[in-house]
Design a binder for this molecule. Structure first.
Ligand code: FES
Ligand SMILES: [Fe+2]
Length: 365
């Protein structure tokens, strides 16, 4: 089978980047939300963040408010976070309650989404509270990570990303024992796709991430490849062998699984589990959730060092980059340039960018 990447290179026909509209057109952005973000699995939180009966956690996927709950039966469920009376947002933030009470007229729901009380409704002929419940959303617990999909007819996580569960377990056999330890967020000031592209190539790691390239990974062995025919990019590397490693990186290799369109579960060497979830705010802004996990939910000295180093170096460096790229794409001088498709793969290769372009265009063109 001819690899299209290699064919393009051998034909001497450069593959160009995308036109600006994919990053800054409002109508195309709206289509992207409908075709991608409302029809694909997205990392919402970790099961340990809603670990007890009554726990709830709210989040937003662009203009859709969602709440995750832990029911009395011990199930984790997801609902649109919207009251079934006249549409007020039901709850804010995170917490633990027996009932979710709407702040507008005080209708209350149990954690299974059933309406339990609606003040004065008993005077209304035919009012049947048993028929009223929150609108449920597909949810899956995938190795402890809670994914949601706004498409009620979607395929399961394992059908969508076959083989990934096994790959993760082979890298970190006890990943399911991990618990949420810490997260921080940033509004990146760019279109979500600028951030996702930037995450999925390490051609910029040499010039932009000297600390990461020594502290975590081994650049000579780093590679990002599509995982078979599915919409996953698999980042792999041996651990850093530098004296500047951030911590004792012996043990399991580095691996990261970018699950199209906007989630990544990442294993730093030795099983330091962390994740990214990108949630668009507007055509030119996206909030990234950067989350770290540990065995007991505590941040120990090593994890603190990883969090601090990442936040001060790689994470901040990427924030600076993506803002400038968005500004550049909006420039009247922007023209899509040729991708660096390196037939040898490795760290200096924009093959994964070409894949992302294919997947985006298949959804929105
Ligand atoms: S909108 Fe929620 S109680 Fe009225
Ligand atoms: Fe980067």
């Amino acid at each position: 089978m001819t690899n299209p990447d290699l064919k393009a290179v051998s034909d001497g026909v450069p593959v160009l980047g995308l036109e600006a509209k994919y990053y800054n057109d409002r109508e195309l952005f709206q289509r992207t939300m409908e075709k991608l973000f409302y029809q694909n699995w997205l990392l919402a939180c970790h099961s340990s963040q809603v670990g007890k009966t009554g726990d709830f956690l709210s989040l937003e996927i662009f203009d859709q408010d969602i709440v995750i709950t832990h029911t009395r039966e011990g199930e984790i469920k997801a609902f649109y976070n919207v009251c079934q009376h006249r549409g007020h947002k039901l709850v804010e933030g995170i917490g633990n309650r027996k009932l979710l009470v709407c702040p507008y007229h005080a209708w209350s729901y149990d954690l299974e989404g059933n309406l339990k009380a609606a003040p004065h409704s008993q005077k209304v002929p035919g009012f049947d509270s048993a028929k009223i419940c929150l609108t449920e959303i597909r949810l899956q617990n995938f190795l402890g990570f809670i994914f949601i999909n706004l498409d009620p007819d979607c395929a399961s996580m394992d059908e969508t990303y076959p083989g990934i569960r096994e790959e993760m377990l082979s890298l970190c056999a006890d990943v399911e024992q991990r618990q949420y330890a810490y997260h921080h967020t940033a509004d990146e000031g760019c279109n979500w796709f600028v951030a996702v592209e930037n995450y999925n190539e390490c051609y910029h790691c040499g010039p932009c991430h000297p600390s990461f390239a020594k502290g975590v990974i081994d650049p000579a062995s780093y590679s990002i490849e599509a995982y078979g025919e599915i919409e996953v990019l698999h980042h792999t590397s041996k651990p850093s062998s530098s004296d500047d490693a951030w911590y004792d990186v012996s043990g399991a290799d580095y691996g990261s699984f970018f699950l199209w369109p906007a989630s990544s579960i990442q294993f730093y060497p030795g099983g330091v589990v962390n994740s990214f979830s990108w949630r668009p705010l507007a055509v030119d802004d996206v909030r990234v959730y950067r989350t770290f996990y540990s065995n007991n939910g505590e941040v120990d000295e090593t994890l603190q060092k990883v969090i601090d180093n990442d936040r001060e170096t790689t994470f901040q460096e990427d924030l600076d980059i993506v803002k400038e790229v968005q500004r550049g794409i909006n420039s009247r001088g922007y023209k899509p340039g040729p991708l660096v498709l390196n037939p040898e793969g490795g760290i200096n290769n924009e093959g994964p960018i070409q894949k992302l372009h294919e997947w985006l265009r298949a959804a929105v063109d």
